[in-house]
Design a protein. Structure first.
Lengths: 481, 411
């Protein structure tokens, strides 16, 4: 490694010691490799001697090599007097735990600060993140740096010598050092840090910055290397990729969580306080509230917390203004139809969209053969049929005193109209979100997929509400039960 | 006791649902170990097109989990024009398919089959969960894929590259519910037609725009049919890869009937590709009352902080699958070089985008993938490119005490 890198990273100003580092000579290698910056504002107090000392010193050595930091090795718990003299007015950084670098080692200097982690991996991350502008020490590569071209050399503590041999990367590529585990895995601190280094793209993934890991230990497992690679694969801003939690996904999760809470509230409340309301209606309110966070429970309370009377046939009616009657009537269709549409949409993406691209279709109506329109048509038709047969028809049959055929036809018409209105809002927003706003169409197991359909359903309700106002006015639907 | 067991099973299921990064090892495919590097380049040293394609998929897709596996695999014969057409239209998202080759005699080799198994396609959601796109792959080989790997295969059988472009255009338009208005057009009957268009092919693998062929002096009927399918008259944006000696002015004038026509070209194939790397065309595409969709074609890279795919102009079959490096990972345009020298156009371009120190503890960095073994791009060229990509002006004189290196390939 040492010889190879000396040949390929031989730019002017990038030199390391002539001989490769070994367990015995690694401190000499470091001294010979680092050219001290005469304007340095800090001095590094490093553990010396053992392999363990090298493991703790190595991350700091990368910065020292890059910057030209003066270094002093602690021998027998002491800092040699002759080494102190030129740097005693500088800030001293005690690198590593107190067992290797005692706190007294910092006493001769104007200021002293210890930098150490819980273990070498955590320690390396700490040094990658640390930055003090006053002392000019540290790489300052924190999670919120969106525009830095950061490279990392990754080795294991046992292979710290390999990491030291790769020191030229610190100058040629501004690489800082990170540790994998000795068993080849990624320790939690390194893993956590690697994921913070993913940079998102706004216009195109060819935009910078790019991050890079140089793995120099053969002990690092393929799975760990793959995970690091995946952690910095550029991803679009909306989701920050398949694993990380993007900002938009965060909003969606809040929206969905509120929906679940709303649904539980309405379900439990209705079950305990409205024994006179038919169960299918309570289910409609519960399912509807799932897709209408906050608004669902508010409409529910507004619909039922008002004077009511029992008609001669034993049905309860609430005295509601027409707007609330419309909302209640909308909810009866929406509560079954919208969740059904989401579920049917999910089945489409689960099994994959069908695709028809025959030549006869390809001039003007080619888009009819595409997955999204087919999914939307499927969602609409299947949800209308299911909601009509399993919910709307039986519900209307219970509530309306009409011949069976008439109830069937009327419930079909109202289901069709109601779902068409819901679809108008829902499908438009679904298309915009999945095909336009989010650069990469989310897969079936992405929060963004569910979130998009959830939010689209919300809009579907808002569009369907005024439509139902007219249906209430025309007595096509009841709105006061 | 039963209650504890149920709780244990539920917790176990929840934990396993959280996902894992452990996957199968690369077993038996040691090509990755052969990659050699400098500070700013990594060489993927394939010696044949088939091996190069495998090396590329190994590099880009670890396949240790669903999210870093491929969407699908593009399998195609070692036919330059067919491969060029297929890579232009199939690879891009949402398909996410790298290219693998059949053997020269049209079979799937053992190594390719093993790599197909390792890649574990997720299946293209928008296209019936297709796992493999087989372009002109013999029926018995498709049967082998289905039986051995249990993958879902979509076949495109069209020997004529011009008609294949039309078929793929139709399929892509349906897949995305849109015919892209930006069309790259290359010359099929010019000996350097593909070389001039290599960079633009890479852009298409990166961005999924349209592609069609023309002859030097005429336009095939299938290409006219494709252009007619674009929305509105004159509303396409056409990018010709090559100067008038590659695609004649007569053809350019005829194409201008279908939309704004431009050329991406330089004095030679090297310059055409550096022009492509720096090329950017943006502006109107489609506007309506409350919305608008601009066009944005080309990498437009004229500054430091980017990545490049660099290979030999004469090794077209090796370079075509390398466009996948512009589709995933570091993303960047293709540049062409000679086996033993960096052409002037590439030298000048890389000098323009050379990085420099920007801050007290960091600098902007470039990166280059070198495609092919030393028979295609020498180590000297790799080193020259490395220096051009680096923030350093020159190297130190080489010292003479270097010992023999056994563990890494020497430069």
């Amino acid at each position: 490694m040492h010889q190879y890198l000396k040949k390929v990273i031989n730019y002017q100003g990038v030199t390391v010691a002539q001989d490769a580092p070994t367990e015995e000579n690694w401190m000499r290698f470091v001294r010979e490799s680092i050219s001290v910056n005469p304007q340095a504002r800090h001095v590094l107090i490093l553990p010396a001697g053992s392999q363990e000392a090298l493991q703790w010193a190595l991350p700091a050595l990368y910065y020292a090599y890059y910057y030209g930091s003066p270094i002093i090795f602690v021998t027998n718990g002491q800092v040699p007097e002759s080494d102190i003299q030129p740097y005693q007015n500088l800030t001293a950084y005690l690198i590593g735990p107190a067992s290797l670098v005692p706190s007294t080692a910092g006493n001769p200097f104007s200021e002293a600060e210890r930098l150490s982690g819980r273990n070498p991996a955590d320690h390396a991350v700490r040094l990658a993140e640390y930055r003090d502008e006053a002392t000019e020490f540290g790489w300052g590569r924190k999670h919120d740096r969106q525009n830095g071209y950061f490279h990392y050399v990754v080795t294991t503590p046992k292979d710290a010598l390999m990491g030291l041999a790769a020191l030229p990367f610190a100058r040629s590529n501004n690489a800082s050092l990170l540790y994998a585990g000795d068993d080849g895995s990624l320790p939690a601190s390194t893993d956590r840090y690697a994921w913070t280094q993913r940079s998102d793209w706004f216009v195109s993934p060819s935009e910078g910055p790019f991050r890079h890991f140089w793995v120099v230990s053969p002990m690092v497992s393929y799975a760990a290397q793959s995970r690091m690679d995946f952690s910095v694969e550029k991803a679009e801003y909306a989701s920050l990729g398949a694993v990380a939690l993007g900002y938009m996904e965060g909003l969606m999760i809040m929206f969905i969580t509120l929906g679940i809470a709303s649904s539980i509230f309405v379900g439990v409340h209705a079950a305990n306080t409205l024994p006179m309301v038919h169960v299918p209606m309570k289910i409609a309110w519960t399912l509807g509230s799932l897709l209408l966070p906050i608004i669902g429970p508010l409409l529910y309370l507004t619909a039922y917390r008002r004077p009511a009377y029992k008609s001669a046939d034993g049905t309860w009616h609430w005295l509601r203004p027409q707007n609330i009657q419309s909302a209640a009537a909308t909810m009866m269709g929406f509560g079954y139809g919208a969740p059904l549409m989401v579920a049917i949409g999910f089945l489409f993406v689960w099994f994959g969209f069908p695709l028809i691209y025959d030549e006869w279709l390809s001039d003007f109506v080619y888009w009819l053969g595409a997955g999204m329109p087919i999914m939307m048509i499927g969602m609409f038709v299947l949800s209308v049929l299911t909601a009509w047969l399993l919910a709307q028809y039986p519900m209307k049959k219970m509530m309306m005193d009409m011949p069976e055929k008439q109830v069937a036809w009327m419930s079909f018409k109202t289901t069709l109209l109601s779902m068409a209105a819901v679809s108008l809002g829902m499908m438009s927003l679904t298309w915009w979100m999945l095909m336009n706003h989010i650069p990469m169409m989310p897969k079936e197991d992405d929060i963004l997929w569910f979130g998009s359909l959830w939010v689209a359903s919300f809009l579907g309700f808002l569009v369907a509400w005024p439509f139902n106002w007219f249906m209430i006015r025309s007595h096509l639907k009841p709105g006061n039960t | 006791m039963i209650r504890y067991r149920i709780i244990f099973i539920v917790v176990e299921l929840m934990l396993s649902a959280c996902g894992t990064t452990e996957g199968p090892p690369v077993g038996g495919l040691p090509l990755q170990d052969q990659a050699n590097f400098t500070a700013n380049t990594v060489r993927l040293p394939g010696s044949t097109p088939e091996e190069q394609a495998i090396l590329l998929t190994q590099t880009v897709y670890p396949a240790t989990r669903e999210d870093n596996a491929v969407g699908a695999i593009l399998l195609c014969p070692q036919d330059e024009k067919i491969a060029f057409t297929a890579m232009s239209r199939i690879t891009h998202m949402p398909v996410n398919a790298p290219m693998l080759y059949l053997t020269e005699d049209g079979h799937i080799s053992e190594a390719t089959l093993r790599e197909m198994r390792r890649l574990r396609p997720d299946g293209v959601l928008q296209d019936e969960r297709t796992d493999v796109y087989a372009v002109n792959v013999p029926e018995e080989e498709i049967k082998k894929i289905k039986e051995t790997l249990d993958y879902r295969v979509r076949s495109f059988n069209e020997k004529d590259p011009i008609l294949l472009a039309e078929l793929l255009d139709r399929w892509q338009a349906t897949l995305k519910s849109d015919y892209p208005d930006e069309m790259v057009i290359s010359a099929i009957d010019h000996p350097d037609g593909m070389k001039h268009g290599m960079g633009a092919m890479g852009w298409n693998a990166h961005m999924g725009k349209g592609f069609a062929w023309v002859y030097q002096d005429s336009i095939p009927a299938a290409t006219i049919k494709m252009l007619n399918r674009r929305f509105w008259d004159y509303d396409s944006y056409i990018y010709l890869t090559g100067g008038p000696e590659v695609i004649s002015d007569k053809v350019a004038r005829q194409l201008a009937q279908y939309g704004l026509t431009r050329r991406i070209f330089g004095d030679n194939v090297y310059a055409s590709n550096t022009v492509n790397a720096g090329y950017k065309d943006y502006g109107r595409n489609l506007g309506w009352w409350w919305g608008w969709k601009p066009r944005s074609f080309g990498w437009g890279i004229a500054q430091a902080g980017h990545n490049f795919i660099i290979g030999n102009a004469d090794h077209i079959l090796e370079m075509i699958p390398a466009a996948v490096l512009g589709h995933m990972g570091k993303h960047g345009p293709i540049l062409l070089v000679k086996q033993d020298s960096v052409p002037k156009a590439v030298h000048d371009y890389l000098t323009m985008v050379k990085p420099f120190a920007t801050g007290p503890q960091e600098t902007i960095l470039n990166f280059g993938w070198i495609i092919g073994n030393e028979d295609q791009v020498t180590n000297k060229v790799q080193q020259d490119i490395d220096l051009l990509l680096s923030p350093f002006a020159q190297r130190q004189p080489v010292t003479s005490n270097t010992v023999k290196i056994d563990t890494l390939p020497s430069l």
